[in-house]
Write a protein that binds this ligand. Structure first.
Ligand code: IMP
Length: 442
């Protein structure tokens, strides 16, 4: 591998999202010239604490907080212009940009747009499903409906908001079927074509300086040896193809999503870092083998409270469980992980015993990989290895791995041995300073 090829790092969530990707992106962005988001939309919520100040970004890559970086929103993202302008305005007020917002952020012409009717449809579907106790527990941001329109070739792309000649026609086509659904199935007011059209024109006008051929921008950056960070959202077990279907998001959250979502080949990414907490959380519905909400509610509550495990996007309390190495190994295989960033280890400080799942048992049979059927994954019994916890320690004294308590080193080494991937970063507190970088992938 040449030096040029070493410069491109992707981070993906290795669990069910909320692994602490924001902090890693923030840190790795220091080394990167460009930061690119490749899938999902404003269902993500990256919480960053820099200099003690909390910032949450849902759509704009978190690398934007570093001056002089270029942030790209690639074609694989579903793009809500309303949220985009809320975030750019907040960032402008915080004086984050060296010059203008549009000098720092570029949005792909090909990204699909989330329109108000996508949000409405997401909500109506979830409300309807909840009557049958069958809701997915989506973030209700319109993500699924926007991706549906993309795949069914009824989507509105960013470029349609700029070149508006046939916008009204496209909108009419996109709306026709939905209005039938809204009126006759959901008993909801129909979508107003004129109002939607004018909303799109207005958004397009404001968006113009941000719109670019992001694929080409990225390609030229790669050819020029620039350092690129590919910023994933959500997590592996929420992947539309390989996650706990149907309790998943509507995009490919694994490394494949970075390739299609940016339009680059496999050699564009040299390192893939999986972000993983020292335990597991999940928001929304769906199977979660190592969940301890019922079996050990006290520990679940303790972890939730210490780890502040409440959704950054929806504020929902996250479901809590132990670290699941079966799921992590699956994540390693799906994305070819080359390193693990192990997050929030501090949340487990002072615990007497820590459990770690090393296999599943399904109807008395050992399983080393998650079954495809959600109802079967629901039934698996996690097989645990019990480890001694580590005592509380002063995180300011940790300069290298050997300064860590022995039990924490054992915990790290068990993970490394099991999935055969090194832990390259350890997070022992929310602040940027509370991080042990064992090996920087750039
Ligand atoms: P959607 O992405 O809003 O369609 O929601 C589908 C599922 O993915 C739900 O279970 C959500 O809770 C979950 N989800 C979506 N985005 C995130 C995230 O950033 N972190 C964790 N879970 C997420």
């Amino acid at each position: 591998m040449t030096n040029k090829e070493k410069n491109r790092v992707a981070i993906v969530g290795a669990q069910w999202g909320d692994e602490g990707k924001g902090k890693v992106v923030d840190l790795y962005s220091l080394s990167a010239d460009l930061i690119v988001r490749f899938q999902g939309g404003n269902n993500a919520g990256h919480t960053l604490v820099v200099g003690g100040k909390k910032t949450v970004l849902h759509l704009i890559p978190s690398g934007v907080l570093h001056k002089g970086k270029t942030c790209l929103i690639a074609n694989g993202v579903v793009f809500d212009p309303k949220v985009f302008f809320e975030e750019t305005t907040a960032l402008e007020e915080a004086k984050v940009f060296q010059t203008t917002a549009s000098d720092s952020i570029k949005v792909s012409e090909r990204a699909h747009v989330i329109l108000p009717y996508h949000r409405d449809l997401d909500r109506l579907r979830e409300e309807h499903a909840s009557k049958q106790k069958a809701q997915i527990g989506t973030t209700v941001r319109g993500i699924g409906p926007a991706y549906e329109d993309k795949v069914s070739r009824r989507g509105i792309q960013v470029i349609d908001l700029i070149h508006t000649e046939s916008l009204k026609e496209k909108l009419a086509r996109a709306i026709e079927e939905k209005n039938n659904l809204f009126k006759n199935f959901y008993n909801h007011p129909e979508i107003d074509l004129e109002a939607t059209y004018h909303y799109c024109l207005e958004m397009g006008k404001r968006l113009k300086p941000f719109v670019a051929d992001v694929r080409q921008t990225l390609e030229l950056a790669i050819q020029g040896g620039k350092k690129v960070l590919f910023e994933g959202a959500q997590g592996t077990l929420l992947d539309i193809d390989h996650g706990t279907y149907p309790y998943v998001t509507s995009s490919n959250t694994i490394i494949g999503g970075a390739l299609t979502g940016c339009g680059v080949g496999p050699r564009a990414v040299s390192e893939v870092i999986g972000i993983c907490k020292a335990y597991t959380t999940r928001v929304g519905k769906g199977p979660f083998p190592t969940e301890i909400e019922e079996s050990d509610p006290q520990t679940a509550k303790k972890i939730r409270d210490i780890g502040a495990e409440y959704g950054a996007t929806t504020g929902r309390p996250r479901r809590v469980g132990w670290l699941d190495l079966v799921a992590l190994k699956y994540a390693k295989e799906l994305s070819g992980l080359t390193g693990i960033a192990l997050m929030k280890a501090d949340v487990l400080d002072g615990m007497e015993t820590i459990q770690i799942c090393t296999s599943y048992s399904l109807n008395g049979e050992k399983r080393n990989t998650p079954p495809a059927l959600a109802s079967e994954l629901e039934k698996v019994v996690p097989v645990y290895q019990n480890l001694s916890g580590w005592p509380k320690y002063d995180s300011t004294k940790i300069k290298s791995k050997s300064d860590l308590p022995k039990q924490l080193i054992d915990f790290i080494e068990l993970i490394e041995k099991f999935i055969e991937v090194p832990v390259v970063l350890l997070s022992i507190g929310p602040d940027r300073a509370q991080t042990l970088e064992i090996k920087n992938p750039f």
